[in-house]
Design a protein around this ligand. Structure first.
Ligand SMILES: [Mg+2]
Length: 413
């Protein structure tokens, strides 16, 4: 069927000009309201065209779009229906509103996106600015719902009528000015099919820069930190900076590897993120410009499917100040993302990459969704989306997974 053809209406569904009634119920929520309303409507032999219901702080808003009853004037006409519904609502101290009209919702515009907004807190001012920005980009907000109230307030807007890319660009500028995180992803089955998540390690999966932990033991922390910062800002070639920093570790006793492993602090939400993704059947990997001496242990501890990093050379119980094997630099990270995707049997468009540094940029851009996590400005500007709250599990909300689902999955284990 071509996009311009309209599918035939199923039996009982109203045409564009057919009379329909919008029945809206509002009031204190309690069990049985939905059953009660439709039980009341059932006497009129109506077809249900659409239903939306939400409960906010104990108040229910229930909207039902139904075909208008035949037989005006008789005991089964619209007048009788209105009287019955109002009397049922009053008996439950609910407000009812019935609006006559024609047909179904207007067809949604071309271009569908999910706009996820993360705020800590989410202010009315930011919400106003984001909604105005969506409207300004030609979009219409079709639905809004809350994904999470903890550890941040996360709200999702379903938007139609605007193409994803320009909407993303417009909202990126607005969100940076507002200091909230906004992610825009295209609607469609692909969103549910993202099946491989690849993360950077230093300052993403963990709070530390591993080379700085080693440098702490070698007494050259300041020198190494300076070079790391310049490399992450994209001012230095990563490989060059890696060799320069590792050289400073020459002569360090290999026993510090265990100490460094003990020092590593996972980012808040890291466990939840990995555990939830694994429960959902995702494959999860890490690529690091750091060292296999740490990533192998993380792989084991978190049950990761993939891990790749540089390896510190150890000879006769001492670090030599060199790395061995394939260098994981900026290009290497993107190459590994492709390799992992291939091994996982997941198309690149269905991958998610998360990172904070300039050496993550190629990987973030190669992935279907690139998330800059508390990233350097150069990375934030170039990535699809940025998260600036310090909780790694907020990435789940960008994938449309709600806090309740995360918690339910945890309880079910
Ligand atoms: Mg990093």
């Amino acid at each position: 069927m071509s996009a311009t053809q309209t599918p035939p209406l199923p039996p009982g569904m109203p045409g564009e000009d057919a009379p329909t009634l919008l029945v809206k119920i509002f009031g204190k929520d309690r069990p049985g309201i939905t059953a009660g309303l439709f039980d009341t409507l059932a006497a009129y032999g109506l077809a249900v065209v659409d239903i939306e219901q939400v409960v906010t702080r104990g108040r229910i808003t229930l909207c039902a779009l139904v075909t208008a009853p035949d037989g005006a004037g008789s005991g089964t006409g619209e007048g009788a229906l209105r009287a019955t519904v109002h009397s049922w609502a009053e008996s439950l101290k609910l407000q009812a509103e019935i609006i006559s009209g024609h047909g179904d919702n207007r067809p949604r515009g071309v271009g569908r996106s999910h706009v996820t907004v993360l705020g800590q807190p989410l202010t009315a001012e930011s919400t106003a600015a984001i909604a105005a920005c969506i409207t300004g980009a030609g979009g219409n907000i079709d639905r809004i719902f809350r994904l999470a109230k903890y550890p941040v307030t996360a709200v999702e807007f379903e938007v139609s009528g605007a193409l994803t890319e320009p909407l993303r660009t417009a909202l990126a500028t607005e969100s940076a000015a507002l200091g909230v995180d906004v992610a825009v992803v295209a609607s469609g089955l692909q969103r549910r099919a993202q099946r491989l998540v690849v993360m950077d390690v230093d300052s993403t999966l963990i709070q530390d820069e591993v080379i700085e932990l080693f440098a702490g033991h070698a007494g050259c922390e300041d020198k190494v930190a300076e070079v790391t910062a310049a490399a992450m800002r994209g001012e230095l070639d990563f490989e060059e900076s890696l060799h320069a920093r590792v050289a400073l570790l020459a002569g360090l006793d290999a026993s510090v590897v265990d100490e460094v492993r003990r020092q590593v602090r996972l980012t808040p939400g890291a466990n939840t993120l990995v555990r939830t993704l694994k429960l959902l059947g995702y494959q999860v990997g890490v690529v690091s410009g750091g060292f296999t001496q740490v990533t192998d242990e993380l792989r084991e501890r978190l049950g990761l499917d993939f891990a790749s990093a540089n390896t510190l050379e150890i000879v006769d119980g001492k670090l030599t100040g060199r790395v061995t094997g394939e260098i994981v630099d900026r290009a290497g990270k993107a190459r590994l993302l492709r390799r992992f995707a291939e091994e996982a049997g997941v198309p690149l468009a269905q991958t998610v990459a998360i990172g904070d540094g300039a050496n993550d940029l190629d990987m973030l851009n190669a992935a279907g969704l690139g998330v800059a996590f508390n990233a350097k400005p150069v990375v934030q500007e170039a990535a699809h989306t940025a998260v600036n709250v310090p909780f790694l599990d907020t990435v789940l909300y960008l994938l449309g997974i709600t806090r309740e689902e995360v918690e339910a999955a945890d309880t079910a284990r």
